[in-house]
Write a protein that binds this ligand. Structure first.
Ligand code: ADP
Ligand code: ZN
Length: 745
């Protein structure tokens, strides 16, 4: 390449602009520059990290700022990752810089900060606000940034106060660099297993089995694709305990023999220590791990190992879909239906969908695995976009558990029906382990005044506060607000508050009353908040030191504990009644997963599901272990009501501190879209709303939404883009665009 062709560079920078910015490349640096390298560039008053996306011979503008420095001596992103960033930025209507911020670990995002440095001395002429600022600056000893200051003091008058302070010589605003690192320097902190490194103790089996005939067939097809090369998506649809993981492991080994690397995504790493062990065992010292529980330096160390080609396999949660693996030859998404693959803030992407896109960009096979595939994924098989691989039998011909629904309607409601009570007792008497599932933590849903009906609600969210017995506190499960319990009703002044409804904490207490000798534990977000506590709980559970484990969704995933022979579901209806078109699908998935924990050892399992809706199709098909039956019913419902996979959705969500402003802006936007909808669009897009979100107030912000429904994604995306262009930039109410939304609340 001629030097002149590299006079300018397109740089992806963290800014709300939708296109990369163009900078001049200093002549002295032109030779060492390559696409995918990190650079430090000026942006407004700051200096920020950007990544070179492309070179240009000429700039379309006359004045271009110059790149300040190169931050590393080699690219951090390869072409396929740059393409993926580009794709995600267009599809999710997000600035490329926002995607980049999801891709790069924080330690690699060097930027300059403006900090306030206080001078010694007394400044009696300072006013109240000025003194407050000065005090903060002193306390933080040169580390108080403009940003954090702006969060703690009112915006009004801030600017003037700062001017006055510097005029009287009390304060100086300086520039400081943060995160100025280059790749490779943190190698000393490098850790193979960031979690514990205590070795394999989750019963990862080292023996090699003969594959079942269904596993062998799946492997043959995957192997053929790996051999021939090229992109293809497989949907590995296998009942719980059918040996899907074994198929993943063998496929990864095959990829390695071809000198290719593999990426495996899993919903929550902390819940899959067994899988980590099995990977460690087959790829000793060649496994990279990426997930949100890593400290920034651990994350960076892992990232660097991966970039440097020192691992053959990367396992990670959602954001690992952007892992900087070169020679990627296989991508696997375990539990592909899991909603944690959808990021709900910042860049609202779906990691499973991006995994398929990445496979397509690279030209490598992608395996999506699940016992209960997402309706969208199974429909893709029917449309022959994905290839279906079925595992219909558990390994070693173990039977699937017997599932029994207990109809709660005829009975006076109690948390434990006589049927479940009796089953728990007899399972305990036989020294077997039981799992009890309820998708709600806490002790009571709310405190209710028996006299006036008053229910204490969260002051920031439109939900009632949940009563937690152990801390005797009221908690908001959405924003974390908490307050101590009062004895007197604030509504009528009478001491008549009683806990109503129930959660995992109540269930735990009820079972201890029933079986005082049993070792009972609870696993939910309250008991696992401390680092390592979840792992300790799981370890005891695996070792058989817990007889009965009560918990939320957390207990439904991925554990393979042979001693579990009974699973009880306290109330299946909780997820069924959510105002969400995926409610039935989510219930089916959740219950199938939790039922699948039973009978994985030699003894058959038994599942008891308590419900007020025993005839609902989601529950009937859980009982008969019939995914296809469920799919057939669900897909008709989706067709009839025009929901995905027959329509593409984009949710426009407006959020702001003022209810009037949020509503007014939502109505304006809705009207504007309806007027602009027709011209230029090839197909009609349905516009639903504006309407208040089901959770109308969340973290003190009022939420309105407009749902766009179209037959193809280009049409809906086009309209969403117009919404973005039409929406006035304001501090008050902001617009968030959620493409293929999962959270309808
Ligand atoms: P899934 O992921 O489908 O729920 P796993 O892959 O975890 O199932 O397999 C369940 C158990 O069966 C694991 O303990 C695994 O080691 C074992 N297993 C897998 N394949 C075979 C096989 N072909 N023969 C015997 N046991 C197997
Ligand atoms: Zn709240």
């Amino acid at each position: 390449m001629q030097g002149g062709e590299r006079n300018f560079a397109q740089v992806i920078v963290p800014s709300p602009l939708n296109e990369p910015l163009i900078y001049a490349v200093p002549p002295a640096l032109q030779e060492s520059f390559r696409i995918g390298m990190r650079v430090l560039v000026p942006l407004g008053k700051r200096k920020v990290t950007g990544v070179v996306a492309d070179f240009l011979a000429q700039s379309p503008r006359r004045e271009t700022k110059e790149i300040l420095t190169l931050l590393d001596d080699r690219p951090v992103l390869d072409l396929s990752l740059l393409k993926l960033i580009h794709w995600a930025s267009h599809y999710y209507l997000a600035p490329a810089g926002e995607v980049l911020a999801t891709v790069l670990p924080p330690a690699l995002r060097a930027q300059s900060l403006r900090v306030l440095v206080a001078r010694p001395g007394a400044f009696p002429e300072a006013g109240e606000l000025e003194r407050k600022i000065l005090e903060q600056a002193r306390r933080r000893k040169g580390r108080l940034t403009m940003r954090s200051l702006a969060r703690t003091v009112p915006e009004k008058g801030l600017h003037r106060a700062l001017e006055r302070l510097s005029a009287m010589g009390a304060l100086e605003i300086k520039e400081r660099m943060s995160g100025r690192n280059s790749i490779g320097r943190l190698e000393s902190t490098l850790a193979t297993r960031p979690a514990d490194g205590a070795g394999r103790e989750w019963g990862g089996s080292s023996q090699s089995f003969t594959l079942t005939s269904e596993q062998a067939r799946a492997m043959a097809l995957i192997g053929a694709r790996l051999g021939a090369g090229g992109f293809e998506t497989f949907l590995l649809c296998g009942v719980t305990g059918s040996g899907k993981t074994e198929v993943y492991l063998r496929a990864m080994e095959l990829a390695r023999t071809a000198n290719k690397r593999s990426l495996i995504l899993t919903p929550e790493i902390s819940l899959t220590p067994q899988l980590l062990d099995r990977l460690d065992e087959r790829f000793p010292n060649r496994v990279g791990v990426l997930h949100s529980a890593l400290t920034p330096s651990q994350r960076w160390a892992q990232w660097w190992r991966i970039l440097d080609g020192r691992v053959d396999v990367v396992i990670g949660a959602r954001s690992a879909v952007f892992a900087p693996l070169a020679d990627l030859g296989l991508i696997i998404v375990d539990e592909e239906h899991d909603s944690s693959y959808k990021q709900e803030e910042g860049l609202r992407y779906h990691a499973r969908d991006l995994a398929v896109v990445r496979g397509k960009l690279i030209g490598c096979p992608v395996i999506l695995g699940s016992a209960t595939p997402a309706v969208e994924s199974f429909e893709n098989c029917r449309q022959r976009r994905y290839r279906l691989l079925e595992l219909s039998q558990r390994v070693e011909r173990r039977p699937l558990p017997r599932v029994e629904a207990v109809d709660l309607r005829p009975q006076a409601f109690s948390m434990l029906s006589p049927r479940l009570e009796q089953a728990l007792k007899s399972n305990f008497a036989r020294s077997r382990q039981s799992l009890v599932f309820l998708n709600r933590r806490g002790f009571a849903n709310f405190l209710l005044c028996r006299r006036c009906g008053y229910v204490r609600r969260c002051p920031h969210c439109s939900v009632s506060l949940t009563f937690h017995l152990r801390e005797r506190g009221l908690y908001c499960h959405h924003c974390g607000f908490r307050e101590p319990v009062r004895d007197i009703c604030p509504g009528c002044g009478n001491p008549s508050l009683v806990p109503s409804g129930f959660g995992t904490e109540t269930v735990e207490q009820e079972i201890s009353r029933l079986l005082p000798e049993a070792r009972i534990a609870r696993m939910d977000r309250d008991t696992t908040a401390k680092r390592g506590s979840q792992e300790r709980l799981l370890r005891r559970w695996h070792k058989g030191e817990i007889d009965i484990l009560v918990g939320t969704q957390m207990i439904t995933k991925g554990h393979d504990v042979a001693g579990v022979t009974l699973v009880g579901v306290i109330l299946a209806d909780l997820s069924l009644n959510l105002p969400d078109f995926r409610a039935a699908e989510k219930t089916f998935q959740l219950l199938t997963q939790v039922a699948g924990r039973a009978g994985r050892g030699r003894e058959p399992g038994h599942v008891i599901i308590q419900t007020f809706a025993p005839d609902h199709y989601a529950l009937r098909y859980v009982a008969s272990h019939d995914y296809k039956g469920f799919f057939a019913a669900e897909i008709e419902f989706r067709r009839a009501l025009n929901y995905p996979p027959f329509r593409r959705l984009v949710q426009l969500r407006l959020e702001g501190p003022s209810p009037q402003d949020a509503e007014a802006k939502a109505r304006l936007l809705g009207d504007a879209l309806r007027q602009r909808e027709r011209p230029g669009l090839h197909e009609r897009v349905e516009i639903l709303g504006p309407a208040p979100a089901p959770i109308e107030k969340l973290r003190s912000r009022y939420r309105w939404q407009i749902l766009l429904k179209g037959e193809t994604s280009p049409a809906v995306l086009e309209l969403a883009k117009r919404a973005r262009a039409l929406f006035p930039r304001s501090r008050k109410t902001r617009l968030f665009i959620d493409v293929d939304p999962y959270n309808m609340l």
